[in-house]
Write a protein that binds this ligand. Structure first.
Ligand code: ARG
Ligand code: ASP
Length: 705
């Protein structure tokens, strides 16, 4: 019935308001959400600004965490139970996995508190408060200061502000973040928790279903979730792992709505988007268009090498699964971004508006903006060769594990001597596979030697490659004999006293190569930074100018891994001519894709059985189980794991991805093409309840309806 209703209603609405298209662009600062709340309410939201963010009462922000510095998570019980993505918990799940206990493959479910697994180094933090500190940060600034002096003033003032804030509470952390290219500064005060334990994860055949084949794609059927629990000391304060710790009692947690979502429903994503550049100059877009294909090609090569070895050996597959996923992820995103920029003609649209901007600036009264566009063009041209070379450094030899490891061991010994080095080495070699790394070395070294201009290559590296004649020969006499590609040799190094170890490191051929490589990179970053500083100054002026020029528009600051609100609605889209995507996917699609012969699509037998028996319990909806849905929320990397919240503030989904056709949203958001992908909370519950039989969790979760 509901289905029929929406089909009839939608065209009608469009007929009355032909240009109703809600522009859902925007990642809003929670502390300023009162400026958006009327618009949110007009679109269906039923709570108030104070319910989203408040320092006077518990609010939704208290149920959202920054998860391990790169993802988002949300609290779903009064006992510190936390939901995030499978790909965000991946490192932890993998870390507890071996061929005998393969939690990646088989999943993991703690059926009681004492089965939950501690994770060294895993942390989450809650936002305590945020506040505009622009005046305090710029105290002592006058416009005669150059950028370098301004930078150091900003740093010093920020450090003092942060230090004061950190003293306010236990395990408080604070950071002052620049918004609008330094036109505004906000202080963020967090409380950090270090005892975060693994509670549950579906097998990868659910949690990573579709793998890299489906990554960034719709229709999507990935059960991308994992469950953790935050522990605290007896007083509910953060504490390092201890057996005596107890489940954390959060100020707020999400109730779960099982009512589901329909096309057009209001949704709101609350999380930590990492980085966007919505206001950059057209030449910055031009550079991305030039560089993305090169970066993609470098990753093509690395991925092919990994794939070859991973598909031949189960042990190698486990060891490289996380590394491979990381490399593949940006690789695919860049492809979508490039396609999107071209489709939207972002560069020429920007050029047009830059022209209008300059005309406006010249039209009187706006002199300070008159030369900004031209100056930015000049600076981008100046920095281009450096950026190009540096991008190559990052995407080529820096992708060789042993290369980075050699450097890191050198640094480690410099700082700590050899104490603890054996553990450090063991952790590295646990996931190392020599044949892959050697082949990646040869491939990336070839590209580096060919594509990077000579003046930007390290002298020593050039000499070695010339002396030995070919990259394969370098691999033989450098890679094959190095300490850092060999576990035994590295452990022997760890057994030496620090001075002897340092000597051995310094004469290692791979270390010497890596050392010259990273030293040259650092040397390049000097002049690049100098130019980038001037770009930053120009961008600050340009940003201010854009806000004056377009004074009717509601601006939001670029993402910078601070907490944001994005709101929109459940909606399908048309990625290209002749294709229309529905906004919801279901278990039917999983069964359609199921194929034991294709690794990414081989579902667990138990899921097949549940399907055959139609054993869906209370998660059945219109004869099936909903799995994922699309919406128009403006999200970015870092929003993974974010709660997707309905009009009443209850949890309806977990954000985990975007459609690749819309990944240019980091540079240019298009309401027709940009969609975030969320896991329907009912699929999460179906897996916990029917697949895993984790009654303990079902009893702990609180339902809103
Ligand atoms: N594309 C999503 C994000 O950017 C998910 C990545 C993890 N999944 C994968 N198959 N690599 O993080
Ligand atoms: N998958 C991304 C993440 O891990 C989210 C995105 O880029 O849309 O944060």
């Amino acid at each position: 019935m509901r289905y029929l209703f929406s089909i009839l209603l939608v065209p009608l609405v469009f007929a009355i308001f032909p240009v109703k298209l809600s522009a859902d662009e925007g990642m809003w600062l929670p502390v300023l959400i009162s400026e958006r709340i009327d618009d949110m309410k007009a679109k269906g939201f039923r709570l108030d600004a104070e319910d989203i963010y408040s320092i006077n009462q518990a609010s939704l922000k208290d149920a959202v965490v920054l998860f391990n510095g790169g993802c988002t998570g949300e609290l779903i019980s009064n006992q510190g139970l936390l939901l995030t993505n499978h790909h965000c918990g991946y490192g932890a799940i993998q870390c507890h996995s071996s061929v005998e206990h393969d939690y990646l493959k088989d999943g993991f479910w703690a059926m009681s508190l004492d089965e939950e697994l501690p994770n060294d180094g895993l942390w989450v933090s809650f936002l305590i408060r945020m506040e505009d500190v622009t005046d305090a940060v710029l105290q002592g600034y006058d416009s005669s200061m150059d950028e370098a002096r301004r930078d150091s003033l900003v740093r010093a003032n920020s450090a003092a502000i942060e230090a004061r804030a950190m003293a306010e509470g236990p395990s408080y952390q604070a950071s002052v973040e620049s918004m609008y290219y330094g036109n505004q500064y906000f202080l963020f005060v967090y409380q950090k928790f270090d005892d975060v334990r693994l509670v549950g994860a579906p097998p990868s055949s659910v949690g990573k279903f579709g793998g890299d084949t489906d990554n960034w794609m719709w229709p999507r059927h990935t059960g991308d979730f994992s469950i953790f629990r935050i522990y605290a000391d007896k007083d509910n304060n953060p504490a390092a792992y201890s057996e005596d710790n107890v489940p954390y009692r959060p100020k707020k947690f999400f109730k779960i709505s099982t009512a589901g979502v329909n096309e057009g429903d209001f949704t709101f994503v609350y999380g930590f988007p990492g980085s966007t550049q919505e206001y950059v100059h057209s030449d910055a877009i031009g550079y991305i268009e030039e560089m993305n294909p090169k970066k993609i090609a470098l990753r093509d090569g690395r991925l092919e090498i990994m794939k070859k070895y991973m598909s031949a050996d189960q042990d190698v597959r486990i060891r490289y699964s996380s590394k491979q996923a990381n490399v593949a992820n940006a690789w695919k995103k860049w492809q979508g971004e490039l396609k999107g920029l071209i489709k939207l003609e972002t560069r020429s649209v920007k050029k047009e508006s830059e022209k209008a901007f300059t005309e406006w600036a010249l039209s009187g009264g706006h002199d300070e903006y008159a030369g900004v566009i031209e100056e930015l063009s000049r600076l981008y041209a100046q920095v281009r060769p450096y950026s190009y070379a540096m991008d190559y450094y990052v995407e080529s030899l820096n992708g060789v594990d042993a290369f980075r490891f050699a450097m890191n061991v050198g640094r480690y010994i410099g700082l700590n001597g050899t104490e603890g080095l054996a553990d450090y080495a063991e952790a590295f070699f646990k996931d190392y596979y020599y044949p892959i790394d050697e082949e990646i070395f040869i491939f990336t070294a070839d590209r580096f030697m060919e594509d990077v201009p000579d003046e930007f290559k390290p002298e020593y590296l050039k000499e070695e490659f010339t002396r030995l004649g070919s990259t394969a020969a370098v691999a033989d006499s450098v890679f094959a004999v190095s300490i850092f590609t060999d576990r035994e040799k590295t452990l022997a190094l760890a057994a030496l006293d620090s001075a002897k170890a340092m000597e051995a490191v310094a004469s290692d051929p791979l270390y010497r190569l890596a050392d010259s490589f990273y030293a040259e990179y650092a040397a390049l970053s000097g002049p690049a930074m100098e130019i980038n500083r001037r770009i930053a100054l120009m961008n600050r002026t340009y940003m201010r100018g854009q806000m004056e020029f377009d004074s009717e528009k509601a601006f939001y600051p670029d993402a910078n891994l601070t907490l944001r609100v994005s709101y929109g609605e459940v909606a399908g889209f048309e990625p290209s001519d002749g294709i229309e995507y529905l906004p919801v996917s279901t278990l039917e699609g999983i069964i359609e894709k199921d194929n034991p012969d294709i690794f990414d699509y081989d579902i667990p037998q138990k899921l097949r059985d549940l399907y055959a028996a139609k054993d869906y319990g209370r998660w059945e909806t219109e004869g099936t189980v909903p799995v994922c849905f699309l919406a128009t929320n403006h999200t970015s990397g870092g929003n993974s794991g974010s709660p997707v919240i309905n009009a009443d503030g209850n949890l309806v989904g977990v954000n985990f991805d975007r459609v690749w056709e819309g990944t240019m949203s980091d540079l240019d958001f298009d309401p027709e093409l940009c969609r975030n992908i969320s896991l329907d909370i009912r699929y999460v519950l179906f897996i916990i309840d029917k697949y895993a039989g984790a009654r303990n969790l079902m009893d702990e979760i609180v339902f809103a309806d």
